[in-house]
Write a protein that binds this ligand. Structure first.
Ligand SMILES: [Zn+2]
Length: 71
């Protein structure tokens, strides 16, 4: 997903794996947001679960690779 840094306003991309990891962390730890670091200025940017789910609409809570799939 594409993010625009709230500090330096430069765009940067985070991979789908990071989006999934962020959603897992939010779900597991009951967080309000996830912090990702801007590669340009190193400032943390808050990602809301809403934005993350838009980038990964097929993500489901508790479906992380840690648990074996039933099928
Ligand atoms: Zn930045």
């Amino acid at each position: 997903m594409q993010i625009r840094c709230t500090n330096c306003h430069k765009p940067f991309a985070i991979g789908k794996e990071t989006v999934y990891a962020a959603l897992d962390a939010i779900y597991t730890d009951d967080l309000n947001h996830y912090n990702t670091q801007c590669p340009h200025c190193r400032r943390a940017n808050r990602l809301s679960p809403k934005e993350l789910k838009r980038a990964a609409p097929d993500w489901q809570p508790g479906q992380s690779s840690a648990e074996p799939a039933e099928e």
